[in-house]
Design a protein around this ligand. Sequence first.
Ligand code: HEC
Length: 127
Amino acid sequence: MDMFRAGLLTLALVSLECAHGTRQEPISFSKDVRPILKENCVLCHSAEVRMGGVALDSFEHLMSSRYLNRPTPFVIPGDPNRSRLVIVVHTSNAELRMPPATSGLHPLGQESILVIRRWIEEGAQDN
Ligand code: HEC
């Protein structure tokens, strides 16, 4: 990631922490994360349309997803920086980024990326 994006992410993270104050509500998979995946990813990654062999339409599918039989899961609970789910939405490398640049769909906003990051940091629960 380049310095500019890294800086933006830090800023956004700080303001998100402040907005939540001391009362840190845990991120919910069903209420917060799932709608983001549904809106931006499920078009190409469902049980029916598994592009790259990836399905993201439910907690079970997300947690069991593997890209082209790689052993590492997409979500490593507690470790967003090594979670493929975060890497592909956050990277500035257009060839790696999801949704694909060629699809004409917009990259995820910082807010959405932070929601996913925090959910993984908090242990990636089916909550
Ligand atoms: C327009 C269709 C489309 C959309 C929308 C889309 N993807 Fe993909 N995705 C693909 C295709 C095609 C591949 C296989 C790419 C390849 O082989 O390079 C893929 C592969 C992947 C992979 C495995 C590749 C890797 O580098 O690990 C992940 C993870 C992934 N997508 C996550 C997402 C996420 C998260 C979203 C939503 C934010 C998303 N995708 C939205 C088409 C899409």
